[in-house]
Design a protein around this ligand. Structure first.
Ligand code: TNX
Length: 531
């Protein structure tokens, strides 16, 4: 009530203009430096956006689409203007490419990005200086902001294997991520329960692996399967569309193609790629399946290389995620081809065979100019030489990898798993287990205290994961992600000494109105101001 009243005062229409009230600068994630000034900038229909590079024009157009929601109009985008202007400029001397400065005052608004992404983040900050209530003209509070992210990798993951979500929603997910100054979308495209990306050379992936006999939701609620066929996949055209959409928002899309485990859906379509030859059936339950790619069979590597060839065409990212997690060794133990491979390669056990598998794929991807990321089980039997490790089973994998001078992305379950419950209310929708309230996400410190300063530089950032065994619709999905992702965004962007949970909650009270403008079904009763 109070908040909306304040926002209402702040906005103005017609000829009566009031200055933006003090205390209305409420930015998430918290910038490195914010100075509030006395004078404000009046934004109206005549205000001009000045941009000269293609990227800045694109960013200006994104500002316009936000503005249109609030005002009903868009601003002209021009190469120059001498007054009443919001000026975007890119290319400043600074060590952090994503950094920017923003000056707003009665004379105008100036945003300088160190690179085009910095300018984009300056615009995201400017959006947060706008009111959250519709108006035709309003004052932008006077500020002087200098800002840059703490970590270079700020990620959010989405599992579309267990449940499939349409392209329009994927775009919304990316849009929200960018709004929070996150820069990486980890797209978990394959799993036991479904293959979700079109591969032209292997049409059975679309025809067979993308479908399963039953949905999974409801199984744990009533102890029964629902018997309804389920499926879906993204065409290559759709993937390109998503990658382009993300790039316009300075979000890199990292695809994950799981191997050697979590591959039951593939084996169902191509049973010759498993150790037993099948038959197999696309998973309808969550968990870990024993049937994985046969590490002794050369056609497995050929298949995966062919698949990756198409994947590389779709995803320009430097990193390709190849999974590596939860791959049981029981089939390999009894498989003559796997045992022969171990002998031939002088591998002492099946963990070494897994390492051989991952290293072979790494070599292939490195030869194509790409780097691999894998879950921390890729440490088993020895890490591939250039691999980046995603530490999920805890923080130990990250510590070990950093000490071996490998890049690390932290995603420990206790802080970064958004499939966990977020409150202890008995009304929470059924989740996989675990308890990770927004306060805990906010308290997360990505750099393990065990590391020395030299080792800590290998911690490139962190990511939250959203596994969707129980999540079969987008409104529940958003409920699980927001505002926890808002908290993680501040953990990853803001300096440690700028973090204060109660102050964050005060800003969150304003920020949720922005989420409402974006029609996000955020969880409402999981955070409160204390003390
Ligand atoms: C473990 S995290 C998995 C996923 C599950 C998740 C459920 C990881 C690399 N593997 O396959 O969905 O737990 O929380």
């Amino acid at each position: 009530g109070l908040l909306l009243a304040a926002a209402g005062l702040w906005a103005c229409s017609g000829s009566h203009h009031a200055a933006a009230p003090k205390g209305q600068v409420s930015i998430i994630p918290m910038p490195a430096q914010v100075q509030e000034k006395a004078d404000s900038f009046l934004l109206d229909k005549q205000t001009v956006l000045v941009a000269s590079t293609d990227a800045d024009k694109q960013t200006a157009a994104l500002f316009n689409s936000w503005l249109k929601e609030l005002t009903g109009y868009e601003l002209a985008i021009r190469a120059t203007a001498d007054k009443n202007a919001i000026i975007l400029q890119t290319g400043q001397d600074s060590t952090n490419p994503e950094g920017y400065t923003l000056q707003a005052g009665s004379q105008g608004v100036n945003i300088h990005g160190n690179t085009a992404s910095g300018t984009f983040y300056g615009i995201q900050t400017l959006i947060q200086l706008l009111p959250v209530q519709p108006a035709t003209a309003f004052y932008i509070p006077g500020v002087s902001i200098t800002d840059a992210p703490r970590f270079s990798y700020r990620g959010l993951h989405l599992d579309v294997g267990r449940h499939f979500f349409p392209v329009a929603f994927i775009k919304k997910y990316i849009d929200l991520l960018a709004m929070h100054k996150m820069n990486t979308f980890h797209w978990h495209l394959t799993d036991d329960q479904g293959w979700r990306v079109e591969i032209k050379k292997y049409a059975r992936l679309q025809e067979i692996s993308s479908k399963r006999k039953e949905t999974m939701a409801g199984r744990y609620a009533d102890g029964k399967y629902d018997g309804k066929p389920y499926g879906g996949y993204y065409t290559q055209e759709q993937v390109k569309e998503v990658v382009k959409y993300a790039a316009e928002r300075f979000v890199t899309v990292i695809p994950e193609i799981e191997m050697p485990g979590h591959s039951l859906a593939v084996l169902t379509a191509y049973p010759q790629l498993g150790c037993t030859g099948g038959p197999y059936e696309v998973g309808t339950r969550w968990g870990v399946y024993d049937d994985v790619y046969c590490a002794g069979n050369d056609s497995v590597y050929t298949f995966l290389q062919d698949v990756l060839d198409e994947v590389l065409e779709l995803f320009p990212s430097r990193y390709i995620h190849i999974g590596g997690d939860e791959s049981p060794k029981v089939r390999w133990q009894k498989c003559p081809k796997c045992q022969a491979r171990m002998k031939q390669e002088h591998l002492k056990d099946e963990h070494a065979l897994q390492s051989y598998f991952i290293q072979r794929m790494e070599k292939y991807l490195n030869s194509k100019g790409r780097q691999i990321i894998g879950w921390d089980e890729i440490l088993e039997g020895g890490l591939a030489p250039n691999a980046t490790v995603m530490s999920w089973t805890g923080i130990q994998g990250g510590i070990t990898a950093a000490r071996q001078k490998h890049n690390v992305i932290m995603t420990p379950g206790n802080y970064c798993y958004f499939d966990h419950y977020q409150s202890q209310s008995t009304n929470e929708p059924l989740a996989i287990g675990g308890f990770t309230p927004v306060s805990e996400v906010y308290a997360y410190e990505p750099v393990p205290t065990e590391l020395t300063k030299e080792e800590a530089v290998f911690i490139k950032g962190a990511q939250a994961n959203l596994w969707t065994e129980y999540i079969n619709n987008t409104s529940y999905l958003e409920y699980m992600v927001y505002p926890r992702a808002t908290a993680l965004a501040e953990v990853l962007w803001s300096a440690t000494d700028k973090r204060n949970y109660n102050n964050f909650l005060e800003r969150l009270k304003v920020h949720v109105h922005r989420l409402e403008l974006k029609k996000v079904n955020y969880a409402r009763h999981v955070f409160e101001v204390t003390g």
